[in-house]
Structure formats: structure tokens, C-alpha cells
Design a protein around this ligand. Structure first.
Ligand code: AHR
Length: 512
């Protein structure tokens, strides 16, 4: 048998048949969680579900962008299937063009007639050439098609303040300047109203290998010239730490001399020691446990910033996050650099990450998973004309009900790492809950008590596969998809079963 079967029931133990063709007795744990329906944390900004697309591997070229002359069905060059899949997710924001690529990208290469654009070398991701057919206008067009707000990452590493200043003017100045006229001549008389601007990326590494004091000097200089052109006040995002590196944040803040950014962007990857489809239990548990450190990093970095900025005018971002597994050279050769399969384990990781962000909604302004298509922790994978929705795509779909609701305080009895993870949010009588069982060998019988109101109705969907290495493939693209799931209202709470490796999205209507 190539599947485990989760047998519904109660009691201390359950029987599973597992992929490895062995069978064993596994616990069905009784678990308790509590949700305080009046324990408001903060609104969950939709931007906590943000995305990232870099000129890397087949994320943009060959993934999202196939070109107008492609035989792959496209809408003015954008892969139609990708647009059709992404649009219903209502993704809030998309960061582009990098990543490391951003600090070697010169925006002028990507405007004007496509045939006349220069061929440039992508030095970070394989030294192949790009024809720049995907540039500023194409990116804004993509954002319009999928309904996401554009977020541009500017070039500090190999660029100049003038170059970034001009890009902002090109995008945002309404009319009358030469750059605004050029934008009009290139097909967009109306300004793009771009709000989010990154001032460099990982400037402690691929963005120039700078010391925090050095970067702060660059930041101050760039921020002097990146102004409000037209009506759109730019939201400037400074390069923050690698993970929970307090030294970078402190020394940057100490050197910024009053020119404070609107956002500070931390990057936090959850590395995996195994190839995506061949994880060991140990490596999976290690990776999934890293989300406790993500949460700790958010709490500690916010506390550090609070010391400089008690009114929280500087927003904290997790600008790049997700699983980064051991690459498989044959897969990278076939599909592009940093292409990795997305398994049930990856979906659990995505849900643990989003749960962390919801619980810490008062400390965060944006979080962007890396990356949207064909690179690292992606929502879509493509192969020539084929395009599939990964298990992580469905996590974003199941969890979108939280967006703009107010995050609620939750408690779980399970202190294991990785253990039961919960996030909850409320808007009036509507409550969204996400419960994640990250254990591969134990089902959970969860009773979730509610204080402050009683549920009148409850519905649930579940994403689950008993095999942590299972994934949607081009041959079997719908192996892992959400299904209806049973949830019971019992007294002042709800109860439901969570099979091993499962994510349940519950929606409640509270009694009036
Ligand atoms: O997402 C891949 C790379 O990871 C990005 O280019 C960089 O910012 C990070 O190191």
C-alpha cells in the first residue's frame, strides 16, 4: 500500500499503514487548545501573506513569463495557467526583482521596446543571459493581473542613489517630467503609484558585503533622494538582519541618525538537510522546529526595535522566509536553479509560518514567502506547458480567511517541538482558525475551548497526507488537495480530529 490510512475513532491508540510498507501502532493524542475570543492582538495585515518573485532559475523567465510568442497559452506573455491559479488567492503583495538579483539590476535595462532591451548577465544565479523582456511595466502588469500590490527592491550594491531616485520618479510622477513622459511613451501614461521600495537586499551579503554602519550610511544617502513623486509617499524598507542577528539591527539603528526607515526587513529561511522528497524524520523535525525560532526572532527583533522606536513607526518585515531544502542537481538542471519539490512537509512548514505571523500580528507589517513559482518554497511549479498547484498553494488558500481579521490570543497545551500549532482571528461573528498537526506518527483529538462567545456553526477543510514526502507531481497534480473535514460543536468549544501531518482550516459563526 502506498498510503497510510487514518482510521477515525477515539481511545489511546490508532493503527496506521505507512508508506514504508511497515505498520505500527501510533498514539492518538488528546490535545487541548484555548481561544480567547476577546483577546485581540492586532489586525492581520493581508501583507503577512505576501510573495516574492526573483529573476532566478525559472521563477520569472519560463515560469510566470513565457513571452507573447510562446506556444504555452499566455496573456500578453504571462503564463495563463499561472495567472488563473494565482488570481483567486487574492495575494496581497509581490516583491521583485530580487533577492540578490536586485542589487545587480538596472531598471533601465527593462523598459522600452522589448526588442531593443540589452542582454544582461545574471551574475548571481548562473551567469546566464536575460533578454530583459520582463521589466518594470511587465511586473506591474503581472501585479494587476493577480491583484497584488507591487513591491520593488532597489539596487544599492551596484547601483546609485540617482538610479533608484529616477526609478521612483519614472513609476510615480504623474506627468510633465521627462521620466514621466518616457513612462507614457512606454505605454503607461498613468503613474504606477508604487508604495513599497526596498533599499537594497541582504546588504550584509550578496548586496555588497557591508558592515551595518556602512549600509546605514548608504541607506541615509538613498533615503535622502527617494522622495514622494506625485501622490504616493514611498514606504522605504531597509535591509534587516539575517535571521535573529541582533548585532546587525542594533548597529544599523545606532548609525541611522534620525533617517529612519518605514520598515526593517529580516530574512529567515528554514533550512533542510535532506532533498525535498527524501526527508528523514529527524531532518523534518529539525526543520519544522525552526518555526519556534522564527517566532522568537520576531519577538526579539521587535523588542530591540521598540528600544529605538516605542511607537512602532518602523515596521518589522519577514521579507524572505520558507523552507530551503537540499537541492537535487538533476532537478535544478531540468527546471532551473533552486527548484525544489513541495511536499506535505513543506505545506506543514508554510502553515506553521503563517500561524506564527498571525500570533505575532502586532509586531509585523509584511512577510513574503520565497518564492512564488519554481524557486524554493513555491506555490506553483511548472514544467514546459504544465503548471501545478503545490501543497503550499493550498495552505495559502485555506488560510486566506484570516486576512484583515483581528488575531486572537490562543493557548495550546502541547509544548513539544514540533507540536500542535494554532492561530485564530475574528471579525464580528466570523472566526477563522488554523490548527496544524506537524507530527508524522501521532494523530490528535483536539478539543478547542472558546471563551467570550459560543459557536453557532462550524465548518472545516483539511490538507493532509500521511506521507511527509508526498507531493503533487506533473503526473499526479491533485494528490494533495483540501477536503471537507468533520468538526463538532461541543459545549463552549469545538472538537476535531487531526491526522498526522495535517492542516485544518475551521470557520466558525458565533451565536449572536
Ligand atoms: O531567495 C533566494 C535568495 O535567498 C535571495 O536572492 C536572497 O535574498 C536570499 O539569500
Amino acid at each position: 500500500m502506498n498510503r497510510r490510512h487514518f482510521l477515525a475513532g477515539s481511545g489511546a491508540a490508532m493503527f496506521y499503514t505507512i508508506t514504508s510498507k511497515k505498520s505500527f501502532l501510533a498514539d492518538l493524542q488528546e490535545q487541548r487548545a484555548h481561544i480567547d475570543l476577546n483577546g485581540e492582538i492586532a489586525a492581520i495585515r493581508p501583507e503577512l501573506h505576501g510573495q516574492f518573485a526573483e529573476h532566478l532559475g525559472s521563477c520569472v523567465y519560463g515560469g510566470l513569463w513565457v513571452g507573447r510568442n510562446s506556444e504555452i497559452p499566455n496573456i500578453n506573455g504571462y503564463r495563463k495557467q499561472a495567472i488563473d491559479y494565482l488570481r483567486p488567492l487574492g495575494l496581497p503583495v509581490l516583491r521583485w526583482p530580487g533577492g540578490c538579483f536586485a542589487d545587480d539590476y538596472h531598471w533601465r535595462d527593462g523598459v522600452g521596446p522589448q526588442a531593443k532591451r540589452p542582454k544582461t548577465v545574471n551574475i548571481h544565479w548562473g551567469s546566464y543571459t536575460e533578454d530583459n523582456s520582463f521589466g518594470t511595466h511587465e511586473f506591474v502588469g503581472l501585479c494587476c493581473l493577480i491583484g497584488a500590490k507591487p513591491y520593488f527592491a532597489g539596487n544599492v550594491g551596484s547601483g546609485t542613489p540617482e538610479e533608484l531616485r529616477d526609478w521612483v520618479e519614472y513609476c510615480n510622477y504623474p506627468s510633465g517630467s521627462s521620466l514621466a513622459s518616457e513612462r507614457g511613451a512606454n505605454g503607461s501614461p498613468e503613474p504606477f503609484h508604487i508604495r513599497y521600495w526596498g533599499v537594497g537586499n541582504e546588504n550584509w551579503g550578496c548586496g555588497g558585503n557591508m558592515k551595518p554602519e556602512e549600509y546605514a550610511g548608504h541607506y541615509r544617502r538613498y533615503a535622502t533622494y527617494v522622495r514622494t513623486f506625485g501622490e504616493t509617499k514611498p514606504f522605504l524598507i531597509a535591509c534587516g538582519p539575517n535571521g535573529n542577528n541582533a548585532d546587525w539591527s542594533r548597529r544599523f539603528m545606532d548609525s541611522i541618525s534620525g533617517r529612519r526607515p518605514d520598515g526593517l526587513a529580516m530574512h529567515f529561511y528554514s533550512n533542510g538537510k535532506s532533498p525535498a522528497r527524501n526527508f528523514t524524520v529527524e531532518h523534518m523535525q529539525e526543520q519544522l522546529s525552526s518555526f519556534a525560532r522564527v517566532e522568537q526572532a520576531i519577538v526579539q527583533q521587535r523588542a530591540l526595535l521598540d528600544g529605538y522606536d516605542p511607537e512602532r513607526k518602523i515596521g518589522l518585515l519577514v521579507d524572505e522566509w520558507g523552507v530551503w531544502d537540499r537541492m537535487v542537481p538533476e532537478e535544478e538542471k531540468a527546471h532551473g536553479t533552486l527548484w525544489q519539490q513541495i511536499t506535505m512537509r513543506s505545506a506543514i512548514a508554510a502553515a506553521l509560518g503563517l500561524n506564527v505571523f498571525h500570533r505575532q500580528a502586532d509586531k509585523l507589517v509584511m512577510c513574503n514567502i520565497a518564492q512564488m513559482v519554481n524557486v524554493l518554497h513555491s506555490l506553483l511549479l511548472t514544467d514546459g506547458p504544465r503548471c501545478l498547484r503545490t501543497s503550499t498553494y493550498y495552505v495559502f488558500d485555506l488560510m486566506k480567511a484570516h486576512r484583515s481579521k483581528v488575531a486572537l490570543r490562543t493557548e495550546t497545551q502541547d509544548k513539544a517541538l514540533p507540536g500542535l500549532s494554532v492561530s485564530a482571528s475574528r471579525q464580528g461573528r466570523d472566526v477563522a482558525l488554523t490548527l496544524v498537526n506537524p507530527k508524522h506518527d501521532s494523530g490528535m483529538n483536539v478539543f478547542c475551548s472558546l471563551s467570550g462567545a459560543a459557536p453557532a456553526s462550524a465548518k472545516a477543510q483539511i490538507l493532509h497526507d500521511p506521507d511527509f514526502n508526498a507531493c503533487n507531481t506533473f503526473e499526479n497534480p491533485d494528490k494533495i488537495v483540501p477536503r471537507e473535514h468533520r468538526v463538532n460543536i461541543s459545549g463552549s468549544g469545538i472538537s476535531l480530529e487531526l491526522p498526522p501531518l495535517s492542516i485544518a482550516a475551521v470557520t466558525l459563526q458565533l451565536a449572536s
